[in-house]
Design a protein. Structure first.
Length: 161
């Protein structure tokens, strides 16, 4: 009985080993077949902007804007015809307000004065970018003591180039 079981088991294993797996059906007149091989790579980029900047009354304050991949040690990973673009939103105002008093300031990126709507940084695949943002001192004197606040909105776009 054990011998018959061993023969049946060996026969079943041989039959299962002789089966081939193929992505294409090969018929007697066709001796080749193709297999499509794919590898999906998901895009990876991070845009890092300052969370908060405190203006000074007598000098500019600098901070940085960075574009990089999965972390600061890796470059951007996007399609070859794409670019990460960072712009100042067109409705942003370079000002801080307290009560009815508004103080304006300038934003400069790498010695270029920026206006709302301007692009401030970009990076393509296998690149990183770091730009120095410089926030000037307020252009006028405050009317009140207190905390003046404002915000700049940055738009991030994955653009086709």
């Amino acid at each position: 009985m054990k011998k018959a079981f061993a023969i049946l088991t060996a026969g079943a294993m041989t039959a299962s080993l002789s089966l081939s797996v193929s992505a294409a059906t090969i018929v007697p007149d066709n001796t080749t077949g193709n297999t499509t091989v794919k590898y999906q790579v998901n895009p990876s980029y991070i845009v890092e902007i300052p969370a908060e900047v405190t203006l000074k009354s007598d000098q500019a304050v600098t901070d940085s804007l960075k574009i990089y991949g999965e972390d600061a040690n890796h470059p951007v990973l996007i399609a070859s015809n794409q670019e990460v673009q960072v712009s100042v939103n067109g409705s942003s105002a370079f000002s801080v307000t307290y009560a009815d008093d508004t103080l304006e300031y300038d934003l400069t990126v790498e010695d270029t004065v920026i206006a709302p709507g301007d692009q401030v940084a970009s990076a393509r695949s296998n690149q990183t970018a770091e730009k120095t943002l410089s926030f000037s001192a307020p252009k006028s004197t405050a009317v009140y003591a207190g905390e003046y606040t404002g915000a700049i909105t940055f738009d991030v776009t994955l653009a086709t180039v």
